[in-house]
Design a protein around this ligand. Structure first.
Ligand code: MRU
Length: 356
């Protein structure tokens, strides 16, 4: 059997002009890899959650824009730049909340702008390298988040996580699951509780699967069981990933995360957000400014069931994310270090060096 950390959720097959995506919407029952060539296919893979999780979405979009312009070397510079911008806008419209999508596309655009005087074929070659860099850096970033997070944890702890912030959601290791993998390698014997994460079950289908495959002690619970496991003293820390951290530390993550944070506060359990710096968006002032993706009601009423489990045409409300207020977050763990409140200051300090 493959080591679960060897599963690659997004990879470029440059010889065949294809993006190979492990279809996360079919896990854990089927291990299916799709081979996509066009921006439309990659757009659909992102909206359909075949590739999901903030860093993996960014990686897919970076490769997607590269593939979409790879054969345009006959065009004039102006035509080439125009098509690049159109394709960028198209891919950027696939999902609104995870900032890594925009971060990765902007980084590709910056690479183009920095090299605009070069020949088109040289620019295309540099864009390929940039997309590869984004993927490779994510692996190193996630490893560093795992190392930093592990300094806050001790052996035999009970950990709770929500949604999937694991190896599937990133280039490797994950963010919130990275310390679980690294701790496992060092004999920490964590007991992990995975919220199933209604309505799309990323916790049950992906987190429980990943950790179970890796031989980590994982217990699946329904979302509404988080309170009882906390009250019973089974949870020593909560670790979650995130889709966007605002400049004041408010954090958007999978729907249900803010409820877990409120419970953790009630039971005096530390609540840690694991965030690559690419997920911190200093242009977004606070949580209210984060656009929350609304998805189809069928995901609540019918998905996973043979027959609908709700009255026909009942009204639904299906936000895919919610915002955890900064005051509920004990620390934000990045690859560059651990941030503590007040986040407006610690986040500002983190980015200060970059603008110089
Ligand atoms: O809708 P999804 O499955 O893309 O949502 C994913 C999450 O909310 C993850 O927790 C987040 O992207 C962090 S991934 C390291």
């Amino acid at each position: 059997m493959n080591d679960v950390l060897d599963f690659v959720s997004v990879r470029l097959d440059d010889e065949n002009d294809e993006l190979i995506i492990l279809d996360q919407s079919k896990l854990p029952n089927d291990l299916i890899y799709h081979h996509y060539k066009t921006k439309e296919e990659i757009f659909k893979a992102i909206t359909g959650l075949e590739v999901r999780g903030a860093p993996a979405i960014g990686i897919a979009a970076a490769y997607g824009i590269y593939l979409s312009i790879k054969h345009l070397n006959q065009k004039s510079h102006k035509e080439f730049f125009d098509v690049f911008e159109q394709n960028k806008d198209f891919l950027a419209s696939s999902r609104p909340t995870a900032v890594n999508l925009f971060w990765a596309l902007n980084r590709m655009e910056q690479c183009l702008m920095n090299n605009k005087e070069k020949s088109i074929s040289e620019i295309i070659g540099l864009l390929k390298i940039e997309a590869e860099n984004i993927r490779q850096e994510d692996e190193a970033v996630c490893h560093a988040i795992g190392v930093n997070a592990l300094t806050l944890l001790t052996p035999n702890m009970g950990l709770l996580t929500h949604c999937n912030a694991g190896t599937l959601a990133t280039a490797k290791y994950g963010t919130a699951l990275a310390p679980m993998y690294l701790g496992h390698q060092q004999g920490y014997d964590f007991r992990v509780f995975a919220d199933e994460t209604r309505p799309l079950l990323q916790g049950a289908r992906l987190t429980a699967w990943e950790l179970h495959e890796a031989g980590i002690d994982v217990t699946l619970i329904c979302d509404n069981m988080a309170s009882i496991v906390m009250k019973k003293g089974l949870i020593d820390a909560v670790l979650v990933g995130c889709d966007r951290v605002a400049a004041n530390g408010d954090t958007a993550n999978k729907i249900g995360t803010s409820g877990v944070a409120i419970l953790a506060k009630n039971y005096n359990i530390p609540f840690y957000v694991c965030a690559p710096c690419s997920t911190i968006d200093i242009q977004t002032g606070c949580g209210d400014d984060i656009e929350i993706e609304l998805r189809k009601g069928e995901e609540i009423t019918s998905t996973w069931y043979q027959k609908p489990r709700a009255p026909l045409n009942v009204k639904t409300f299906n936000p895919a994310f919610d915002v955890t207020d900064a005051n509920l977050i004990t620390a934000i763990i990045t690859e560059k270090g651990i941030l503590y409140p007040p986040y407006s200051e610690s986040i500002k300090k983190l980015f200060e060096g970059e603008s110089k």
